[in-house]
Design a protein around this ligand. Structure first.
Ligand code: ZN
Length: 473
């Protein structure tokens, strides 16, 4: 390590905690100070201090939950450095500066190429593991710029494209994430995770999904969750076999019993190993099965303690309660005699997952309180409307989820054509406290025993606030 890097690191270490007193860049501050002094490329020297290396997790949905679970698993065996919801390289640098441990676990959100630097992050952090959860279209706009799905997908790909060592861990049931592994199969190890059970299937009408390799329509033999399933294409690309798989699942109201089998390459030990565990988890929804598989696969690939694998997995998952869900994410809350499902559903995939989760509990007429997307987000609205219709709610209430009230009313008018008694509340974004109070009131005063409230909205500022109000009462 050069003198300049050592100096930059020690200044950043002191400056980091000080920044908590002020406002602004918060958890990135130490990284920003370091980059200013030593230059952004010097972050690679911090990264190379790690005895094993860094693991970076990305995807459209599930990355925060998977990161949370992976941290629980790995930190049981060894000290690690970690950061959540880091969308900048400086947040990763801060964790490298302020923490100790031989493995880095970093969540990295990438919206598009313009506002993220995934190839640079790959080059500088030089990860030995890149983990993909699932990829689906999200916001059509980022910071006012059109963000076509091809660019978004390409940005995700750039995070692993330059890798020449380590492992890409990816969901084989999702053709988009599977293809990112498939393309790199000659450069690095690819470890796939997926389902191998018959009692999980989707109730949504299947969308047409294009082959990520040739663009033709994929043929599905099975659908698990939205675009995830067992698929193939006439060009030859098909779902790869999972190395870590769910082989059995038993559902009860209180617990789900999952059997997971794995046979994979372990990076620190440089050898193959296998495991077979049965875990009992809360009935946490199908999407969390994928987050569980992703975290277990990543953990078993990077723990240097092979002998711990089965016992650590059991210890973490058998003691899991729903508090592992990140703030603002969808949850079903009991309120007096009602069941209210609420939380973020910013993209079509997330909203469908919320609907599937809610559907487990619904046993009577349902009210749907829908928070709309914004201007230029018609595609998200279309996906959302499909989700609303699939649940066939007895009543619908529409509220703006983002800034534009006019646009929300436009979306409402489309809904009204099919649901004439739908109601609209033009609540302003700028008066967020009022919007939150009203949403809370609508849910708790509903005439229905089952209420789902989802769509667009600020994760912490809106959803988490409403959730906390509901839980407190
Ligand atoms: Zn194809």
């Amino acid at each position: 390590m050069s003198t300049r890097v050592i100096i930059a690191k020690s200044i950043a270490k002191i400056a980091g905690p000080v920044s908590k007193l002020g406002s602004g860049s918060g958890k990135s501050f130490a990284g920003i100070v370091f980059s200013k002094i030593a230059g952004i490329d010097a972050i690679s020297e911090l990264s190379h201090e790690l005895g094993v290396g860094s693991i970076i997790l990305t995807g459209t949905n599930g990355k925060t939950t998977t990161t949370t679970l992976l941290i629980k698993l790995l930190s049981n065996d060894i000290p690690i450095r970690s950061s959540f919801e880091s969308n900048t390289i400086n947040a990763i640098a801060s964790a490298l500066i302020q923490q100790k441990g031989d493995v880095g676990v970093f969540e990295y959100g990438i919206r598009n190429i313009k506002y993220g630097i995934p190839d640079k992050v790959q080059r500088i952090v030089d990860p030995v593991g890149v983990v993909y959860t699932t990829i689906s279209p999200e916001h059509a706009q980022v910071a006012g710029v059109k963000n076509p799905f091809e660019d978004y997908y390409r940005a995700k790909e750039l995070l692993s494209q330059g890798m020449d060592k380590g492992i890409i861990i990816t969901n084989c049931d999702d053709p988009r994430t599977a293809y990112l592994g498939y393309k790199k199969r000659n450069d690095v190890k690819i470890t796939y995770y997926g389902l191998e059970v018959d009692n999980i299937s989707d109730f949504f009408d299947a969308d047409i999904i294009q082959c990520p390799s040739c663009g033709k329509e994929l043929v599905y033999e099975k659908h698990f969750l939205n675009h995830r399933g067992v698929y193939s294409c006439e060009c030859g690309f098909k779902r790869p076999e999972p190395d870590v798989k769910l082989t059995d699942i038993k559902f009860t109201n209180e617990k789900w019993a999952l059997t997971i089998e794995g046979d994979l390459y372990n990076y620190p030990l440089n050898e193959n190993l296998s495991f077979n565990v049965e875990i009992n988890v809360p009935p946490y929804g199908f999407h969390n099965i994928y987050n569980t598989l992703a975290s277990i696969t990543s953990y078993a690939s990077f723990t240097p303690k092979a002998e711990n694998i089965e016992s650590t997995i059991k210890k973490v998952f058998n003691n899991l309660d729903m508090s592992f869900i990140p703030p603002g994410r969808f949850e079903v809350v009991e309120y007096k005699n009602k069941l209210i499902g609420l939380g973020q559903g910013d993209n079509g995939d997330a909203a469908k997952i919320n609907a599937l989760f809610m559907d487990q509990f619904v046993d009577g007429p349902l009210e749907f309180i829908y928070t709309t997307p914004d201007v230029d987000e018609e595609e998200i609205f279309e996906d959302h409307f499909k989700v609303i219709k699939t649940l066939s709610p007895a009543h619908i209430i529409v509220v703006p989820g983002r800034k534009s009230i006019e646009k929300a009313e436009e979306y409402y008018n489309i809904i009204k054509k099919e649901y004439p008694d739908a109601e609209f509340y033009p609540l302003s974004y700028d008066e967020m406290a009022k919007r939150i109070d009203k949403l809370y009131e609508l849910a708790t005063q509903s005439d229905y025993d089952y209420v789902i409230m989802t769509g667009c909205g600020e994760e912490q500022a809106m959803w988490e606030n409403i959730k906390q109000k509901l839980i407190k009462k």
